[in-house]
Design a protein around this ligand. Structure first.
Ligand code: ADP
Ligand code: MG
Length: 733
């Protein structure tokens, strides 16, 4: 009988290099020739749409106003012309449901007129608004299936683009009653709130600032695995991660993968991926190996947070498509392999003024530096106040395996600042206003003690154990999971910082109104904040046990159970903050938490079922077959040798036979217990209790079963084992 593992290995070794993109140097192609080729950019719009219409459109977009319907109608005509000229036959509203990923519903560009003749059509209404069947997406009880009335509407701040023969229109997805059913809507709201709050604070330092942009630069980590091996692993196929598998003798101990050469098949995949991404207007720049074997990273140049997030979602789907062409599968799961580093999506976040100043970078003059310190300290305050919520924004059934597993995101959110910035804050804390602020005769301000312009930002001063790190001119939120929609984390961060800046502004304004000098008030309040936000600052080892104890003492959120962390969305301070900033109302927060719990439960339910099938259909049969072979051998030996000889000859066989018996028995009992735990969990009355039951009662049993299955993998004859092993999944490309 054929062993599917060996069939898969044979196939994996026979996959040839697919080289459909030559290195740039050989092909002579230049990025500028195809960058954004599939995007209807502002530049291209000028060829297809009348100037006065465009002026109105851009003015509305740039000022965050809704597009007028008549304008949408005229824009639609231009879009259709461009799309059809470029081979499009269909269009789709492209949106970001709470399930994760993106959703599409394709419609053809034509319709039939009264006489039955075919006419090409794409109206303003099709661009502006559509009604996907909202009932088929999770809404956490905002609607039930009887009132499936939600609509998607064009997000005109993100350009339309082509994927193959389909025109994709980035849209928000909302219920008819106005509640957001997606990630994009609250991300846009949070960005608007932050832009507004930050712009107001900027006026203390520079009256010229009219607008503040929020930037996101993501770094996407992922694993590649050969498609044949992937297909021979039902767990990878159905859950995105391996539910069992003994560690490979060689794993990442040598850390030789990180700086190693990229294998040829992978490099070829990367070239095509970059080409496709660049054509879609995604400014990808870096590619490299990651720490774990077969793990890689892709990062673009940062962009406006909404566009960057669209681009990240798009890149994830491009990756999957391109990987298939190269006989790979891309694993975006946060922890595809136990005991091997998982994948994250570092979110580099900053704010920048329309005058070109990065608000999170030390500046050239004292005013800019005081401004920098102001924003830095306000971010610290926001992260401290909402550290539990920020954790909630990144947790999921998949990221759970990465959290606290001695990887970038420990389960406690803290901020790393580095030596120099810490020194500046310490100095300011202990300075008097007179020492700190010297106003000379020309009414120029100087920051006496801190001497911030001299801060030499040492980029090697990095702490990889911190979930939220200052890296010289931005914060890097490292706890975000590789498969996540970064919008969830970004909207929580934006909203928290917006609230904090609003509170800051209120406090400062009040004191200025009472007659105090602006510089002095700013200094006073910042000094107060520096003291108040000490709990969140931590530059030490985030993985250590001492830190866990210390964090609890500091009052930081130390909850590790994902279903309980999700509660933070509904904490009074979260509800208040999201309401104050207008990002999410209470009903929306309830619905989001419900969806998070429901998704958590479903993922674990599937994993637990797949695990049951795997051990029953793969592991136990192989173990039993091997045990039978050994037993037959024992019987045969007995017929040939004397009793004393048999005892010593069979010592090893006996031991393995017993071990197989022990582990198989434990697996069978474990599967029974797990099935019962699942049934009990399914009977819980609400989504939260279900998720808690899965976390508390099902997950630990899965770990037990896995332990026994992995033990069997070590002792069973390799020839009989049917699941591709870690050493094969991780090292073959
Ligand atoms: P690392 O050293 O962390 O691997 P890179 O230099 O490759 O990082 O940058 C990672 C990401 O950070 C990129 O997407 C980059 O565009 C982004 N980035 C750089 N500066 C900023 C900034 N000021 N704001 C937001 N993102 C930024
Ligand atoms: Mg980084």
């Amino acid at each position: 009988m054929a062993n599917i593992r060996f069939e898969a290995l044979k196939m994996a070794f026979s996959h040839e290099l697919v080289e459909n993109r030559k290195p740039k140097a050989e092909s002579g192609e230049r990025v500028k020739d195809y960058f954004a080729q599939d995007v209807f950019t502002r530049e291209k719009m000028k060829e297809y749409i009348a100037q006065d219409v465009l002026d109105q459109l851009f003015d509305d977009v740039d000022n965050g106003r809704t597009i007028r319907r008549d304008i949408a109608g005229m824009v639609a005509i231009g879009i259709r012309k461009w799309a059809i000229e470029h081979g499009a036959t269909h269009f789709t509203h492209w949106f970001q449901p709470l399930t994760g990923g993106t959703a599409e519903k394709h419609d053809a560009f034509f319709t039939l007129d009264k006489s039955g003749a075919l006419i090409e059509e794409f109206s303003g209404d099709s661009l502006y608004q559509q009604e996907p069947d909202a009932s088929s997406f999770p809404s956490g009880g905002i609607r039930n299936t009887f009132e499936a009335r939600g609509y998607s509407a064009w997000d005109s701040s993100s350009p339309v683009f082509l994927i193959g023969d389909t025109l994709c229109i980035p849209t928000v997805f909302v219920a008819y009653t106005g509640e957001a059913l997606d990630y994009k809507t609250p991300l846009l709201r949070s960005t608007a709130a932050l832009c507004h709050a930050a712009q107001e604070v900027c006026t203390y330092f520079d009256k010229q600032v009219r607008h503040v942009h929020v930037n996101l630069g993501w770094e996407q980590e992922y694993f590649l695995v050969d498609e044949s091996l992937y297909e021979a692993r039902p767990d990878l196929l159905l859950t995105g991660r391996t539910l069992m598998g003994h560690n490979s003798a060689k794993s990442q101990q040598l850390e030789d993968h990180y700086f190693g050469a990229i294998p040829a098949r992978v490099l070829s995949f990367m070239r095509e991926l970059e080409y496709e991404a660049l054509k879609a207007g995604i400014p990808v720049r870096t590619r490299h190996n990651e720490v774990a074997p077969n793990q890689f990273e892709l990062a673009p140049m940062y962009e406006d947070v909404n566009l960057a997030n669209d681009h990240n979602l798009l890149v994830m789907s491009i990756m999957e498509r391109v990987a298939e062409r190269h006989h790979f599968r891309v694993l975006l799961h946060e922890k595809p392999y136990a005991g091997v580093n998982g994948s994250g999506k570092h979110c580099n976040w900053s704010m920048q003024t329309n005058t070109g100043i990065n608000l999170l970078a030390p500046g050239k003059n004292p005013y800019q530096n005081l401004q920098f310190i102001t924003f830095l300290v306000n971010v610290l305050m926001a992260v401290q106040r909402h550290n539990g919520l920020l954790k909630a924004s990144i947790v999921s059934a998949t990221n759970e395996h990465r959290l606290g597993a001695n990887e970038a995101p420990p389960a406690v959110i803290s901020v790393f600042l580095g030596k120099q910035i810490t020194a500046v804050l310490d100095k300011l804390e202990h300075a008097s206003a007179e020492q700190a602020i010297i106003i000379n005769a020309k009414k120029e301000m100087k920051l006496g003690v801190a001497n911030i312009p001299e801060i030499l930002l040492d980029n090697t001063d990095r702490n990889r154990t911190s979930p939220f790190a200052f890296t010289g001119n931005r914060f890097e939120f490292r706890a975000v999971g590789s498969s996540a929609n970064c919008g969830a984390a970004m909207l929580a961060l934006n909203a928290a910082v917006a609230e904090q800046l609003m509170l800051f502004k209120e406090e400062v304004d009040k004191r200025i109104e009472q007659g105090e000098a602006k510089e002095r008030v700013l200094f006073d309040v910042i000094k107060k904040y520096i003291v108040a936000c000490k709990a969140i600052r931590f530059d030490g080892n985030g993985y250590s046990d001492e830190w866990k104890a210390e964090a609890a003492k500091r009052g930081l959120d130390c909850e590790t159970s994902v279903p309980l962390v999700i509660d933070r969305y509904l904490a009074p301070e979260s509800i208040k903050m999201f309401g104050y900033t207008g990002v999410l109302n209470e009903a929306e927060l309830h619905s989001r938490s419900e969806v998070k719990w429901e998704t958590y439960t479903k993922k674990l339910q599937i994993e637990s079922r797949v695990m049951g099938d795997l051990v029953v259909n793969h592991v136990l049969p192989a173990a039993k077959r091997y045990q039978t072979m050994l037993l037959q051998n024992v019987v045969a030996v007995k017929q040939v040798f004397s009793a004393e000889e048999v005892a010593s000859l069979n010592a090893m066989d006996y031991s393995i036979i017993r071990q197989i018996e022990h582990h198989s028995g434990a697996i069978i009992a474990g599967v029974d217990k797990m099935t019962e735990a699942r049934h009990q969990a399914n009977r819980q009355p609400d989504e939260r209790s279900k998720a808690i039951a899965y976390h508390d009662n099902v997950l630990p049993l899965m770990a037990d079963i896995r332990g026994h299955a992995d033990a069997l993998e070590l002792i069973v004859d390799d020839e009989l084992w049917t699941l591709p092993k870690y050493r094969e999944l991780l090292f073959i490309h």
